[in-house]
Design a binder for this molecule. Structure first.
Ligand code: URA
Length: 203
């Protein structure tokens, strides 16, 4: 991909280059590229779908309502956001606008957009060198574990992936939309506890 920097081993170089990415059309409607953030290297890398409205305005991943819910679930599972590298499969906010132009509504990225953005995610994996990748929701899960992957079937299991491990769980936004929010939230926390215990066993 010709937007990648010469030095793909530096997170700073990757972040700067991603700011100017035009590999798909999504940059046209977004405020900015929202690149991953967190310690480098990091034992845990978490991958969401794409930045939301607030992330797009502020330029940081998971800083809106879904991010706040994720922070709370992480803490309850015995993990700290500061130890996690957080990123998204797609780095620009894809949305539609309401008829009165007042609200921007999240739109799911398609395969072309996900594929165009993949070199950034692969580069992040190369630099962050996580021991465990947590995929949040089906877009991230299918981006990294294959189009057939079903989060509903395989969530909460630490599984071998490449030469490290992967765990899939639901996206925190789906918890916010769930009919039984409490149950959905507890399910997310339970899955995240497996991340904490899997890493504790390695030490
Ligand atoms: N949802 C995501 O998948 N990522 C974010 O950064 C925010 C909301």
């Amino acid at each position: 991909m010709h937007f990648l920097p010469a030095d793909t081993g530096s997170i700073g170089a990757l972040r700067s280059a991603a700011a100017g990415c035009r590999a798909c059309h999504l940059y046209q409607q977004a405020t900015q590229t929202v690149f991953g953030e967190g310690p480098v290297p990091a034992d845990i890398m978490m991958v969401g779908e794409q930045p939301g409205d607030i992330e797009d305005r502020q330029g940081h991943p998971f800083v809106g309502p879904a991010g706040r819910l994720l922070d709370k679930a992480l803490a309850e599972a015995g993990l700290d956001r500061s130890q996690v590298y957080l990123t998204n499969a797609v780095k620009h906010f894809k949305h539609t606008t309401t008829a009165d132009s007042k609200r921007r509504i999240h739109a799911k990225p398609n395969q072309t957009e996900i594929t165009a953005c993949l070199p950034w995610l692969e580069s992040e994996l190369g630099v962050v060198r996580p021991k465990l990748v947590v995929v949040l929701g089906s877009t991230a899960a299918q981006t990294l574990a294959g189009r057939e992957f079903k989060v509903t079937k395989s969530r909460g299991k630490v599984m071998p992936w490449r030469d490290i491990k992967l765990l899939a769980t639901v996206h925190p936004s789906s918890v916010l939309r769930a009919t039984d929010r409490h149950e959905a939230y507890e399910g997310l926390v339970e899955d995240l506890k497996k991340v904490a215990s899997s890493l504790a066993r390695r030490r």
